[in-house]
Design a protein around this ligand. Structure first.
Ligand SMILES: [Mg+2]
Length: 283
């Protein structure tokens, strides 16, 4: 019996080695980004959702321009009604699709790093998210200035502008592309940059794929974030427009308390714990 078991063991090892030698599929390593990135990069469901968001906003442009009391910025104050209209859009996964970087992370079994991200940005291969180009052009054609407020870093301004220009995004210039660290008080928190735009313009719409693209009240628990979302209930779909991003974002870190110091296994366990499962079929 022992002999048979050992023989099977050896046979299994030989068989596995043979399969590998012929390039057969080993069990792929799990990566939490797989489904989200696959959805972003390949699905018509993603593309049509993004197109729908931008199409809805385009239909509201004339109303937003015509109503001088209309503003989409919490930072807007004072006599803003006579200021010229502007829109603010985030860049990554809002106007530019970087799913190629996420796909590399998944297929190369690696993780995000600022170094590889900077190399990707300098390659300038990001493509427009569906509907973004049409919307920004429609806004520009109506005399609405377009600002790109992104947490890409200041040294990435030139490749970001070039990447936007490559596809004909309007206002892709140093004034309108506002990146993190360009000015000392411009940190990852976007309030100072929204305030800077609101100083000279009436901000009629904002676009993002992350809660922080609209408000800085994003670092709470899942329940606290829901409360903030509800507080601004009448903004969504009228003045604030959210693009879906199942690949990454503050929604994910909220599940593990924003603690990136935790190991991958700990973060995955926290994410599992954050879900509300059905009890299962009755015995
Ligand atoms: Mg983004």
């Amino acid at each position: 019996m022992t002999f048979i078991a050992k023989s099977f063991g050896v046979a299994a090892i030989v068989a596995t080695s043979a399969l590998c030698a012929f390039g057969a599929q080993a069990e792929p390593e799990q990566n939490d980004g797989l489904n989200g990135t696959l959805w972003l990069q390949t699905s018509v469901e993603y593309k049509t959702t993004a197109m729908s968001v931008y199409a809805g906003a385009t239909r509201l442009l004339d109303a937003a321009i015509g109503d001088h009391s209309w503003t989409a910025a919490l930072e807007q104050d004072g006599n803003y009604m006579t200021k010229p209209p502007a829109v603010i859009l985030d860049v990554d996964e809002t106007v530019l699709d970087n799913s190629a970087y996420q796909a590399w992370v998944v297929t190369d079994k690696t993780h995000y790093s600022s170094k590889t991200w900077a190399a990707f940005v300098h390659d300038m291969i990001s493509t427009p998210t569906p509907g973004a180009l049409e919307f920004t052009k429609a806004a520009a054609a109506r005399g609405v200035e377009v600002f790109y407020v992104s947490n890409r870093k200041a040294p990435e301004e030139e490749p970001t502008i070039e990447n936007l220009k490559k596809y004909g995004f309007p206002y892709a210039d140093e004034k309108h592309v506002m990146l993190r660290g360009e000015v000392e008080e411009w940190g990852s928190n976007k309030t100072p940059r929204r305030a800077a735009v609101a100083e000279d313009y009436r901000v009629i719409m904002q676009f993002g794929d992350n809660f922080g693209d609209f408000t800085d009240e994003i670092d709470g628990s899942i329940a606290e974030r829901l409360e903030v979302m509800e507080k601004y209930g009448n903004y969504w779909g009228e003045r604030w427009f959210m693009l879906p991003n199942p690949s990454y974002g503050s929604w994910e870190s909220a599940a593990f308390g924003g603690d990136w110091g935790k190991s991958g296994d700990e973060r995955r366990q926290d994410k599992l714990n954050a879900m509300t499962p059905w009890a299962g079929p009755a015995e």
